[in-house]
Design a protein around this ligand. Structure first.
Ligand code: TYM
Length: 333
């Protein structure tokens, strides 16, 4: 049976983009495949430097997985930091990874572009090695579990290609003794599958334009109401395809509802306020029961810790097995 693995950074409370892009598809796969879903806590150190916040985020991401229906008997849920073999493999993988490949990584290039635009002479100013090595750590996450498929949002395509590339480089050198399966990304259907944030850019914790998945109901309503819209009068026709609110609605309402709403917007007579109410209702219907479970898990002293400890033991056992084969293949045994 095929192995599915994915991770979420513990950089804040999960948002509806994480849910549509990764959590929902990953949990759909859990009934048929071998699944490992983890909390990328070391990855989030690039942005979270406050230990109290990091601890809170770790709880929040774990509770989100469980509240959304992850069954810890079926799926191994663990923290990246509980599996030190990941870091050992990272070091090994650096030795088969070209620096040029890393130079072309989107996040690294974006940081350099920002410096250039700001007139900073050292284009690497403010770039730490955690950011630079990010894709190699992610490749190790994937390869240490001999992953076949990685359910992720489309913003992660380059990272998945890098993991495949790095696996290929390792196999090229050591393949007669040990080969990693070449991992493939599994992406949600459709162009709109990268959810926009309230400002129209990609929804992201780092842009502060996100809609947290488990916001209390009244806050969710307020936040949806505050999504900027233009001043087209209620009675005028509107273009659904340029509306963030409509794009988000397509991810939460059923197809008939979406088609009907599109017609009403295009015909005129439906105002942005009404559209926002529809979006709020659609999100709230999807999350209400899960939010209750989330609040319960967040309030419990031990439930999350126990589940993560059990997941860590299972994850580690698998990682140990793989790392020992890798060690034998490279001559460090
Ligand atoms: P992260 O933590 O940024 O996001 C977690 C998942 O949510 C998806 N996602 C989105 N999908 C649709 N629309 C959006 N606006 C949106 N924003 C985020 C992401 O594609 C992702 O699937 N590098 C990863 C974490 C990671 C990982 C891994 C993933 C570390 N190691 C190994 C898979 C396998 C990341 O930053 O995701």
């Amino acid at each position: 049976t095929k192995t599915y693995l994915t991770g979420i950074q513990t950089s804040g409370e999960p948002h509806i983009g994480n849910y549509i892009g990764a959590i929902k598809p990953a949990l759909a796969a859990a009934s048929s495949y071998d699944t490992l879903y983890f909390l990328a806590d070391y990855h989030s150190l690039n942005t979270v430097k406050d230990p109290q916040r990091l601890r809170a985020n770790i709880r929040s991401v774990a509770a989100t997985w469980l509240a959304c229906g992850l069954d810890p008997e079926r799926t191994i849920l663990y923290r990246q930091s509980s599996v030190p073999e990941v870091f050992e493999l990272t070091t090994i993988l650096t030795t088969v990874t070209g620096k040029g490949l890393m130079n072309r990584a989107h996040a690294y290039k974006a940081a350099r572009d920002r410096n250039e635009a700001a007139g900073v002479t050292d284009l690497d100013a403010g770039v730490n090695m955690g950011l630079f090595n990010y894709p190699i750590l992610m490749a190790a996450d994937i390869l240490i579990m001999e992953t076949d498929f990685v359910p992720v949002g489309r913003d992660q395509t380059q990272h998945i290609e890098y993991a495949a590339d790095i696996a290929g480089s390792f196999n090229h050198v050591y393949g007669d003794r040990y080969s990693f399966p070449i991992p493939q990304g599994v992406y949600p259907e459709g162009e709109a599958s990268i959810l926009p944030g309230v400002d129209g850019r990609k929804m992201s914790k780092s842009y502060d334009n996100h809609i947290p998945l488990f916001l209390p109901e009244n806050k969710l309503k307020k936040l949806v109401r505050r999504i900027p819209t233009d001043s087209t009068p209620v009675e005028d026709p509107k273009d659904p395809d340029t509306s963030v609110v409509f794009q988000l609605l397509t991810q939460f309402a059923d197809a008939d509802r979406v088609a009907d709403t599109r017609k009403r917007l295009e015909a005129g007579g439906m105002g942005w306020g009404e559209l926002k109410n529809e979006l709020f209702e659609a999100i709230n219907t999807e999350v209400a029961a899960k939010r209750e479970r989330y609040d319960e898990l967040m309030a419990s002293e031990t439930e999350l810790d126990d589940i993560l400890a059990a997941g860590a033991a299972r994850a580690r056992e698998r990682a140990r097995h793989v790392i020992s084969r890798v060690r034998a293949a490279i001559g460090i045994d």
